[in-house]
Design a protein. Structure first.
Length: 414
């Protein structure tokens, strides 16, 4: 369009934003990627590093309704909830609980399963474009239960995985220990997700994608978009330094911070935050050969470039609340149950998973203007779905149908 600085402004440089920017730039669009922080340095950097193509089971579950009191009071619970924050935001929590009904969970699982089938097709071209094949490990993934009761309670969800085409083998404790002999916690049964991969350094992946984006002519703007003004012919983005840039469209990929950008329509949506934590043991990466999720404990142990990362749990709290050291203490305590010889962690981390109350991302034109495309709310699987989301957003910008059904992710569902 005449007078535009760019064809597309991307607000947010995590894995979703970077994937969007690189896909669009590869197609010859003029793209500006806006974020005051280094690419991939937010929630992407601290993730569990798994490409979780099997993750079609939402946090929402009918069992939440009966187990919530225990989850909130147990010292060994993977869930933490700040009561004051919840009382200030009752609509989000009530909507989350409403989506714990069996019929809603089935719908959510089908929607996630549908888009997860396109994970590799969305991510692999970007990995190749960025020359990041060395960051990808293809050695499957394990998910284990310590108790018979825990495993039996998951039979229905595991059947749902099978219905969604997830390829897995059921293993007993001895078979799991043969694969990962350093595991020390009780193991009753587990699943091996065949073909699952993980990334040894998600932030390095995004950095390489950004380097390729800039080599293709993309513009990186180290400022935040604070407001967008869409009109009939385009979008004006107001940056934090008081300057403006203009484009035909704007993609809002700012994760948990998306609702703070005015004029995008995101503030009208029920965007919440599942705060996640990790602890890192720098010299313990050899303890595992692949990611291992411990179901009852609510986290993954992943061997990565920096060492052994223990990442997970869920804390429902305000975006700007201080870090909760009880969460990292919990992860350290459980990690010591999982492995011998772990001393104090070398690093701890807090990140903010952008989460809608139905555990589905928002992908599609904003109710405020079809010049603004929303792409956030990927909760635990942003690294997994970042590539395909970037492809979908680029298709929408180009006026093409996306490669999969995205009707379940429309912002209009709220």
């Amino acid at each position: 369009m005449a007078g535009a600085d760019f064809d597309l402004i991307v607000a947010g440089a995590g894995i979703v934003g970077m994937s969007t920017a690189l896909y669009a730039q590869k197609e010859g669009l003029r793209v500006a990627l806006c974020d005051p922080n280094p690419p991939g340095s937010g929630t992407t950097a601290g993730s569990a590093c798994t490409i979780a193509t099997y993750a079609c089971i939402p946090v929402n579950s009918p069992s939440i309704l009966t187990s919530l009191p225990r989850l909130l009071t147990s010292r060994d619970s993977p869930l933490s909830l700040n009561l004051a924050h919840t009382l200030k935001n009752p609509r989000w929590m009530l909507s989350f609980l409403n989506n714990c009904r069996a019929s809603r969970v089935a719908h959510i699982s089908r929607a996630l399963g549908g888009i997860l089938k396109h994970t590799d097709a969305g991510l692999d071209p970007l990995i190749e474009e960025a020359g990041a094949e060395d960051l990808v490990v293809s050695n499957d993934c394990l998910y284990v239960w310590s108790t018979q009761a825990g495993f039996e309670s998951a039979r229905e969800t595991n059947a749902t995985r099978a219905e969604q085409g997830v390829d897995f083998d059921e293993l007993d404790g001895n078979e799991i220990r043969q694969l990962e002999p350093h595991l020390r916690q009780p193991i009753y049964r587990g699943l091996r997700f065949n073909g699952a991969r993980h990334i040894t350094s998600p932030q390095v992946l995004v950095q390489r994608m950004c380097k390729r984006f800039e080599a293709l002519g993309g513009s990186r703007v180290a400022q935040a978009v604070v407001r967008s003004d869409p009109d009939a012919s385009g979008v004006t983005a107001h940056l934090e330094a008081g300057t403006e840039i203009r484009a035909a469209r704007l993609a809002l990929t700012a994760g948990a911070h998306a609702a703070r950008i005015k004029g995008t329509g995101a503030s009208q949506l029920p965007l919440g935050t599942e705060r996640g934590y990790h602890v890192l043991y720098r010299n313990a990466g050899a303890q595992l050969s692949r990611p291992v999720g411990w179901a009852e404990a609510g986290f993954y142990a992943t061997p990565m470039a920096d060492g052994l990362r223990i990442a997970g749990t869920v804390e429902i709290n305000a975006l700007d609340a201080p870090a909760n050291t009880r969460r990292t203490d919990y992860l350290h305590r459980k990690a010591q149950e999982m492995f011998d010889g772990l001393r104090a962690p070398d690093a701890t981390w807090l990140g903010h998973r952008p989460t809608m109350p139905d555990s589905l991302p928002v992908i599609g034109p904003s109710p405020a203007s079809d010049r603004v495309i929303l792409a956030f709310g990927h909760q635990h699987i942003g690294l997994t779905l970042g590539g395909i989301t970037g492809q979908i957003v680029t298709d929408l910008v180009r006026g093409r149908p996306p490669p999969c059904d995205i009707s379940a992710f429309t912002p209009l569902r709220f």
